[in-house]
Design a binder for this molecule. Structure first.
Ligand code: SAH
Length: 587
C-alpha cells in the first residue's frame, strides 16, 4: 500500500478535534479520526504520519504491541490538547517524526520535543545522512555500534569509492580494512573478513547501470537470477543498481517490467539507431535481425551511464544478456554539491510559509536576507548564522550568499512573498551568470528556487476574489525601471481592462506615483471602479480597505501596501471585492 504522505490525526476531546481541524490544512492527504484503541492497529500501516492529540501514556500503551522496526514504523507525534508541545515519539529520523513534530509545533506556535541523541547534540545522524545521499544501508545491524561510538565522540572512519561530501566529524580513510563505514558498489573490498561481522557498515551508492537484452517471454525470475549471478561473479552489489537499460522494443517486456517494479528500478530505453551510434561494440547478427540493433546490453549500459567503458562486458546466461557500467555523474547532485536555496517566506508569519520552504531553511547553515523579513521568521532561524544588511545592499547580499554556498555551506536566500516576484531570485541568477562569464566555478552550485505566497495572493485573498479574471502586475518602483516605461505599462493594462495589481505603490516615499497611476486608470475606467488597498497582509498590522478609483487617495498607501484596481466588471458585495469569472452568464 502506498502510504506516502498520508497523515492521520487522532483526537479524544472536543478541544482535540478543534486542534485537529486546524492542523488538517498542513498536510495534503489528511484524515481526522476519533481515537479508539481498536482503531490504531487497523491504521498502523496505512499512514506515514500519525498525530495523536492526547496524553502520551495512552499513546504508548496503544502502540507498544504494534512497533516493529524504525525502517517501516510510521512517524508518531503526540500533541497536547492546547498545541503547546509536539512530541516526536517514534521513528524520529527515517520515519520523519522529528520533522513532523517541528512542522506541527511551528504551525501551532508551540514547541517540538525531540529526544534523539544525534539531534540533541546536533551531530549528523548516520542513517539520515545515508538517506539524504541516496546511499542504501546494506545491513542495519552494523549501525548501532558505529552510531553509539559517534555519540561518544569516536569519529567514524569512512572509506568511499565515490566523491561525497562528508558531514563534520567524519574522517576519511583510504584503507577499507580499517574503515567503520564503506561507501562502495563492490561487494567486498578486501579479503579478510572483519573480526566482528557487524562492525563495518556498507553503504551502497546507486550508481550501476545494468544493460539487459532478453528473448521475448523471458520470466522476471530468470532475469533477476541472471543479474544477480553476473553482479556476484564480478564482486558488485545488487543494491547499487540505479537503473536498467535496454532497447525501446523491450521496454514493455513483461518479465523485465516485473523485475524492475519489484526493486523499484527505472527502465531507460534507447532506439536501435541510438544503440548503433555507440562505437567499438561487437555486432551480433541474430540480435540485428531481431531488433535492428547491432547489440543491446553493452551500448544500452554505456548510454544510460554516460561512461566510456564497461565494468562488465556482455555476459550471456540462458535467455538473458547483461552488461554493466558505472554512472559517471553522481546521481544525487544535491548532496554532493553546494546548495543554494532561494526561498519565499510569504507575506507574514511562519504559518504562511510552505512546509517545504521551512524545511529548506531548517537545513541551511546560513540565512541571508533583509531585516524585516528575517524578523517575521525569527522563530525559524534563531540558531542560524544570519547575514543581514539593509534594503539597498541586495547585490552584496546575493554575492555573499553565492560565495558562502560555493565554500560548501548550505545557504538560504530569503525573500518575502515569492522570491521570483520583484525579489532575489533573478538577482542571484544574474550574479551567477556574470560569475560564470568570469569563469568562476559555479557549475557545482545546486540552486533551488522555492516559491512563496506573493503579496498578490495574500492581498487578493483578504479582499475576496478580485483576480478571477486576467490581471496585470505592475511595480510602481522607478528605482530600477524608468518611470516612462511604468506609465506605458499602466496605460496598456488600463486600456485592456486588466485587473491590475500595483506593488511598491510608494517607492522612495513618492506619492505622485500612485496619483499618476490613478489618473491613467481614470482615462479608461469609471470613478466607481472598485479598488482594494491592503497593508501588511497576514501580519500584525494588517489593514484592508475597499474603496474605488474616486476615493482611493483618501487612504494611506505606503510601501507595505498593495493596491488592486478592479476591471470594468469588478463589483463589491458585503465588503468583498469580486471580479466575476462569468459563471452566472453561462447557461
Ligand atoms: N517578493 C514580494 C514582493 C516584493 S516588492 C512578493 O512576492 O510579495 C515589495 C512590495 O510588495 C511592497 O511594496 C508591497 O507592495 C508588496 N507587499 C509585500 N508584502 C506585503 C504584505 N504583507 N501586504 C501587502 N503588500 C505587500
Amino acid at each position: 500500500m502506498n502510504t506516502e504522505n498520508k497523515t492521520a490525526i487522532l483526537y479524544i476531546t472536543e478541544n482535540g478535534l478543534e486542534l485537529a481541524e486546524r492542523l488538517k490544512s498542513l498536510y495534503k492527504d489528511t484524515q481526522i479520526l476519533k481515537f479508539k484503541s481498536e482503531v490504531v492497529p487497523k491504521i498502523w500501516n496505512e499512514y506515514k504520519n500519525l498525530i495523536f492529540i492526547m496524553a502520551t501514556g495512552i499513546v504508548v500503551r496503544t502502540i507498544a504491541p504494534l512497533i516493529k522496526d524504525k525502517k517501516i514504523d510510521p512517524a508518531v507525534v503526540v500533541l497536547d490538547e492546547t498545541g503547546k508541545y509536539a512530541i516526536s515519539l517514534l521513528s524520529g529520523h527515517i520515519g520523519g517524526a522529528n520533522d513532523l513534530a517541528r512542522e506541527v509545533a511551528n504551525f501551532l506556535g508551540g514547541e517540538a520535543v525531540i529526544t534523539t541523541a544525534s539531534d540533541v547534540n546536533n551531530m549528523t545522524s548516520i542513517d539520515l545522512w545515508a538517506k539524504e545521499n541516496d546511499l542504501i544501508i546494506e545491513d542495519w545491524r552494523a549501525l548501532p555500534h558505529i552510531a553509539t561510538n559517534f555519540l561518544n565522540n569516536v569519529k567514524p572512519k569512512v572509506y568511499s569509492d565515490i566523491e561525497i561530501s562528508m558531514p563534520t566529524g567524519f574522517q576519511i580513510t583510504d584503507n577499507p580494512a580499517s574503515a567503520d563505514i564503506l561507501i562502495t558498489n563492490k561487494n567486498a573490498l578486501f579479503t579478510h573478513s572483519p573480526i566482528h561481522p557487524f562492525t563495518q557498515l556498507y553503504l551502497r551508492p546507486k550508481n550501476l547501470a545494468v544493460g539487459i537484452g532478453c528473448n521475448s517471454g523471458t520470466s522476471a525470475d530468470e532475469i533477476e537470477n541472471a543479474v544477480r549471478t553476473v553482479l556476484d561473479e564480478n564482486n558488485m552489489s545488487f543494491l547499487s543498481i540505479h537503473l536498467i537499460a535496454t532497447i525501446n522494443i523491450k521496454g514493455n517486456e513483461q518479465g523485465l517490467r516485473t523485475f524492475a517494479e519489484k526493486y523499484n528500478l527505472k527502465i531507460k530505453t534507447f532506439t536501435a539507431d541510438e544503440l548503433n551510434s555507440v562505437e567499438g561494440i561487437g555486432k551480433s547478427d541474430a540480435v540485428f535481425k531481431a531488433t535492428g540493433a547491432n547489440a543491446v546490453s553493452e551500448p544500452a549500459a554505456l548510454l544510460a551511464s554516460g561512461a566510456s567503458e564497461l565494468l562488465v562486458p556482455k555476459q550471456k546466461i540462458g535467455n538473458v544478456t547483461i552488461a554493466v557500467a558505472e554512472l559517471i555523474t553522481p546521481i544525487l547532485q544535491h548532496s554532493l554539491t553546494p546548495k543554494l536555496y532561494i526561498v519565499g517566506t510569504g507575506p507574514g508569519g511562519i504559518e504562511h510559509i510552505t512546509p517545504y520552504a521551512q524545511n529548506a531553511i531548517r537545513k541551511s547553515d546560513v540565512i541571508v536576507g533583509y531585516g524585516t523579513y528575517l524578523d517575521l521568521i525569527q522563530e525559524l532561524i534563531k540558531d542560524k548564522e544570519v547575514v543581514s544588511t539593509g534594503m539597498t545592499q541586495e547585490i552584496d547580499r546575493c554575492k555573499k550568499a553565492v560565495e558562502l554556498a560555493l565554500s560548501g555551506k548550505t545557504v538560504s536566500v530569503i525573500s518575502g512573498g515569492d522570491p521570483g516576484i520583484y525579489a532575489m531570485a533573478g538577482l542571484v541568477f544574474e550574479i551567477l551568470r556574470t560569475a560564470d562569464q568570469q569563469e568562476k566555478d559555479t557549475a557545482a552550485l545546486n540552486i533551488e528556487v522555492i516559491p512563496g505566497i506573493s503579496a498578490l495572493n495574500a492581498c487578493a485573498a483578504r479582499l475576496g476574489a478580485p483576480l478571477m479574471h486576467d490581471f496585470a502586475v505592475i511595480s510602481l518602483s522607478d528605482r530600477l525601471t524608468p518611470w516612462e516605461l511604468i506609465e506605458k505599462r499602466l496605460a496598456a493594462a488600463a486600456m485592456s481592462d486588466f485587473v491590475t495589481v500595483l506593488y511598491n505603490p510608494k517607492s522612495m516615499g513618492r506619492p505622485e506615483h500612485i496619483n499618476n497611476a490613478r489618473a491613467i486608470f481614470l482615462k479608461h475606467r469609471s470613478t466607481e471602479t472598485p479598488v482594494g488597498i491592503v497593508k501588511g497582509a497576514m501580519r500584525g498590522n494588517e489593514r484592508i480597505i475597499i474603496t474605488n478609483l474616486r476615493d482611493m487617495l483618501n487612504y494611506d498607501i505606503d510601501m507595505q501596501t498593495t493596491v488592486i484596481v478592479g476591471n470594468s466588471q469588478t463589483f463589491t458585495w458585503n465588503n468583498y471585492m469580486i471580479t466575476p469569472r462569468g459563471y452566472e452568464n453561462k447557461k
